[in-house]
Design a protein around this ligand. Structure first.
Ligand code: TGC
Ligand code: FAD
Length: 392
């Protein structure tokens, strides 16, 4: 792969909206990605392996629990800093950002928000340092967009719960030490349970042959009469709103992350277009390529403003789930469109692993599907503005 020459576009001087701390956090993540992710990521994506060597580095830049309080090992940062970290990581690779999103928003967040004090103390510092990796089991083979229909269930068996069922498409599953699993009790109420690797009857087979997020490990969670100690239930909240509130945090991070992938595609295409000579002049001097590049920077700028404003609202505790849906949907669609256009700017070179664009493009096919599909987020916006749910 070519050396990482990335220069971040900032067409509307958005840096002026950031504090010194935001810029420090962002720049530390940016340098780390250049140094540690860019040189190895293409090989991992080609070989479909997760780069375990970067786990410590992710912890070092505060990517595991950026907004979790320091008393539990988190970085204690605000939501804009969290977003900027996700942006920089996804600039490197969406699969690496996935690993950080799951660890922070889908594992640490529910334990912090809905766990007991003993669970917080037991798990959060280890998750923040990367000693433990976690995964989040909501989706099932027959229930993806409609998690309310889940069939994974547990029953009271005296001094423990007995858990049965299966989860599919679970990021980090093949190597995670713990899984936050959503399952129904005997009355059909959804609860979160912390399941540990090594519990009898719990297995995590890997899902192979993905053309997307190849540097992220994806798998199943299978529960065959797993005895889960009673103190492994998250006591703070039950019902579908509990996992959905975790998704709010992860979807917010994706709204920023997608900007990173788009910026990398734009920056690569711009540099290539200025250097590539056809018909005796740089292709950047042709109207057709300028149209592509001008539209890319316009859409990136709009997405940056959307994410920044959403971050401010989240820091004020005012962001709604529907506002988060809009940003996730818009920014991921923006990124995938830019990736497709940027790939064309590079002509044949665009399909090779010499450049990051095709990898981003394939990764974004997962990003536009997980954490709520493009369609589901449109329906969430539709429900918000009309008051009528059109899911069913
Ligand atoms: P509905 O009846 O609307 O809601 C049920 C309860 O949940 C509450 N609620 C929320 N609470 C917090 N945050 C949100 N975003 C919430 N949305 C809804 C709601 O108020 C209600 O509470 P209560 O107290 O009245 O019971 O639920 P529904 O069954 O009609 O479904 C609504 C729908 C379709 C929007 C929801 O099911 C949905 O978002 N589906 C998409 C599923 C999804 O996003 N799955 C993601 C799986 S995890 C993943 O993909 C990780 S990828 C990781 C990576 O690698 O980065
Ligand atoms: P379906 O729900 O079957 O949807 C199929 C199509 O139907 C989509 O186009 C959808 O938009 C459309 N559709 C569905 N319902 C409606 C409707 N009411 N109206 C109109 N159209 C509709 N899940 C986890 O729990 N944890 C994870 O860590 C995780 N990681 C993932 C990693 C990867 C790489 C991938 C690909 C997925 C991951 N997921 C994870 C699962 C992901 O959240 C689901 O794939 C997603 O929610 C969609 O579910 P589905 O694939 O079953 O599609």
């Amino acid at each position: 792969m070519k050396p990482d020459m990335f220069e971040a576009p900032d067409y509307y001087n958005i840096d002026e909206l950031l504090t010194e701390e935001h810029k420090l956090v962002r720049d530390a993540a940016r340098s780390w990605v250049k140094r540690e992710v860019s040189p190895i990521i293409e090989t991992h994506a080609q070989q479909a392996t997760f780069p375990t060597s970067i786990i410590q580095g992710l912890a070092g830049i505060g990517a595991f629990g950026p907004y979790i309080p320091p008393e539990y090992g988190g970085a204690g940062l605000d939501q804009i800093s969290y977003g900027l970290i996700m942006q920089e990581i996804e600039r490197g690779d969406s699969g690496v950002r996935s690993t950080a999103s799951v660890q922070s928003s889908l594992v640490m967040y529910p334990i912090w928000k809905y766990g007991s004090e003993a669970q917080r103390k037991k798990y959060l510092p280890k998750l923040a340092s990367g000693e433990y990796m976690g995964c989040f089991g909501l989706t099932e083979p027959d229930h993806g967009s409609n998690p309310a229909g889940m069939t994974t269930h547990f029953k009271d068996a005296g001094d423990h719960y007995l858990l049965n069922g299966a989860k599919l498409w679970i990021s980090n599953a093949p190597f995670a030490q713990i899984a936050v699993v959503w399952a129904k009790d005997e009355s059909g109420r959804i609860h979160g349970l912390i399941v540990e690797r090594g519990m009898e009857g719990f297995s995590t087979p890997e899902t192979h042959n993905k053309w997307s997020l190849r540097a992220s490990a994806t798998g199943e969670l299978i529960f065959d009469n797993v005895k889960v100690p009673k103190d492994h239930i998250l006591p703070g909240r039950s019902g579908l709103g509990a996992p959905l509130s975790c998704l709010d945090s992860a979807r917010y991070g994706i709204a920023w992350g997608a900007i990173g992938a788009a910026m990398d595609c734009y920056d690569t295409a711009l540099r290539y277009a200025k250097e590539r000579i056809q018909f005796d002049k740089p292709i950047a001097g042709t109207q057709l390529q300028q149209k592509k590049l001008a539209e890319m920077i316009t859409e990136i700028t709009k997405a940056q403003l959307l994410a920044w404003r959403l971050g401010v609202l989240r820091d004020q505790g005012k962001a709604t789930s529907a506002q988060i849906s809009m940003a996730k949907r818009n920014n991921v669609a923006m990124a995938i469109t830019i990736a497709r256009e940027a790939r064309q700017v590079l002509g044949g070179m665009g399909i090779t692993g010499e450049y990051s664009i095709m990898r981003h493009m394939m990764n974004l096919e997962s990003v536009i599907t997980y954490e709520g599909t493009h369609d589901i987020h449109l329906l969430i916006t539709g429900m918000d503005i009309t008051g009528i749910a059109a899911f069913k």
